[in-house]
Design a protein around this ligand. Structure first.
Ligand SMILES: [Zn+2]
Length: 533
């Protein structure tokens, strides 16, 4: 029963800051695909949530003098609101700080341990003898060993981006007590990634088919798969390792398990245990920065516990703003909540769709280009068709569409576009969809201009023809409009409301809309005037 179910996920945003347009890019890309799948009849479910554990969250909560739970709850609520504002339609938006996630993480760990995919090794770590605690990398600060910048964390330098071992820091200090930390031996748990070498090589070819990734993967294999430290010592905000005192799962172990917890949370209300229905199709949408975790550890872990494997991992590039990497210092950091105060959310869905395809390249949000695409393409070109023709119908034909089309061949030609539209949706080539819709909008505008229905309606000889020309243009427009539904669901709904007596289904207009009364076209989208940003 469940083997034709499609479960789709967007990566879980790390809950130590508000969502920005880069996050929204991924949610929009996923949401469009999910809506498309649902429109064409699949049982498609969409899951995400917050990634709520780890040192950065613990540190941020400490700085604000609140508990980590209070912190993550603040972001959880803010994310839910942002997703609602951008019409992102998750079946479950859950949290890795949840009962389900704790249980599933523990079950996975015990199973992997039992099958000897996890081993124990003594390692050295910095220890704060003043407070008697081990110090995670981010609890040690010192001089960067590469560029000598002061006050850098024990993993990555924020100035020169070098990554290193905490022991390499010059003059390291404990962030907690300010004393010089010392090396101390501690027991850690490691995941035997190398045991999955040949499995992963096979799995890649099927599930990571985007060309740009293959080189990256080869690089990893050639340098050898290293065992992965999945444990952290106290102090840590995370899930406790069963049978251990003061040891926790590293956040990257329980974060992807959050996908399954989110699915389980949703199916709980139907009394379904996801472990009993291990036959669905799982698709993960992710950014290129987290390929490593999703392409190596995650499938290996799932294989290790005999859980269903992801069918596809779909990777996108970063979002840049006006040509720059998003950053607060050059004013290119745009929070989702700030964007929504100024613009219609569906404008962003339209614009990003214009730019998104199946390549892993960075996508630029260029503000002038954004205004231009909305004003001249969406409004002046596309929506203008319905605005101008409906006016003629209302003013001259008493709101009535004609009972036949002026050219039924044209209608069929437009309808036939649906085959290519479906391929574009399936292969995430949203850019192809918008380009096609714009190209065929141009043709409708030319058709209207050639026939001049505003003149035809003034002459009794051509009066009927004027009505048929407008009705034809409206029908061609409606075909294109339906194709747009997964991208701009609200706009499509609003325009469909003009045709009260017609039932629309799916994303393909099955038959022409004829001989019915239409409502006035309300302005469903206005031009962007403000270019100051
Ligand atoms: Zn540095």
């Amino acid at each position: 029963m469940y083997n034709n179910y499609i479960f789709v996920t967007s990566a879980l945003p790390y809950s130590n800051g508000y969502l920005h347009l880069g996050h929204i890019l991924e949610f929009i890309q996923t949401d469009i695909w999910v809506r498309y799948k649902r429109e064409v009849g699949f049982k498609c479910f969409y899951f995400s949530g917050i990634d709520a554990h780890g040192t950065p969250i613990m540190l941020k909560a400490q700085n604000e003098h609140i508990s980590p739970e209070t912190l993550i709850n603040r972001y959880y609520l803010a994310y839910k609101k942002d997703l609602f504002n951008f019409n992102i339609n998750c079946n479950s938006f859950y949290s890795t700080h949840s009962y389900e996630n704790e249980m599933i993480s523990k079950i996975f760990f015990l199973k992997l341990y039992e099958k000897k995919f996890i081993f124990i090794k003594e390692i050295y770590q910095f220890y704060d003898f003043n407070l008697n605690v081990f110090l995670p990398d981010r609890y040690v600060i010192g001089k960067c060993p590469k560029c000598f910048a002061l006050n850098q964390y024990g993993d990555i330098c924020s100035k020169c981006c070098a990554s290193y071992n905490a022991f390499d820091l010059i003059d390291p200090l404990s962030k907690l007590s300010g004393v010089k930390p010392e090396k101390k031996q501690t027991k850690h748990f490691f995941f035997h990634l190398n045991k999955f070498n040949s499995f992963l090589k096979k799995w890649f070819n099927i599930s990571l088919s985007q060309k740009q990734i293959s080189n990256k993967l080869l690089e990893w294999f050639n340098s050898g798969l290293v065992s992965w430290d999945i444990s952290r010592d106290f102090p840590y905000f995370g899930i406790k390792i069963p049978g251990e005192f003061n040891k926790f799962f590293y956040v990257w172990l329980d974060a992807p398990i959050g996908y399954i917890s989110s699915i389980q949370n949703f199916f709980l209300k139907y009394n379904i245990n996801i472990f009993n229905y291990n036959v669905f199709n799982l698709y993960h949408f992710i950014g290129k920065d987290i390929i490593y975790f999703h392409a190596l550890f995650w499938p290996a872990i799932l294989k290790g516990v005999d859980f269903i494997l992801p069918k596809k991992i779909l990777v996108h590039g970063f979002l840049t703003v006006n040509g720059f990497k998003m950053s607060k210092s050059n004013n290119t950091f745009i929070l989702a909540n700030d964007f929504i105060k100024q613009f219609n959310a569906e404008y962003l869905r339209f614009y990003l769709a214009y730019k998104l395809n199946n390549n892993i390249v960075d996508i630029d949000f260029n503000f002038l280009d954004f205004c231009n695409k909305i004003n001249s393409n969406l409004i002046s070109k596309f929506l203008n068709i319905i605005s101008r023709t409906s006016k003629i119908i209302i003013n001259n034909y008493n709101y009535m569409l004609s009972s036949k089309l002026n050219e039924s061949n044209l209608f069929n030609d437009y309808l036939n576009l649906n085959k290519i539209i479906m391929i574009y949706y399936d292969t995430l080539n949203y850019s192809g969809i918008i380009r096609l819709i714009m190209k065929y909008s141009d043709k409708i505008n030319i058709y209207i201009d050639n026939h001049k229905p505003w003149k035809l309606c003034k002459d009794s000889v051509t009066y009927r023809m004027g009505q048929e020309v407008c009705t034809t243009a409206i029908n061609l427009f409606l075909i294109l409009l339906m194709f747009l539904k997964p991208i701009m669901p609200k706009l499509v709904d609003n325009i469909q409301c003009m045709f009260v007596d017609f039932r629309f289904y799916g994303i393909v207009l099955k038959k022409p809309v004829l001989n019915i009364k239409i409502e006035k076209y309300k302005h469903v989208a206005s031009r962007i005037h403000d270019l100051k940003k």
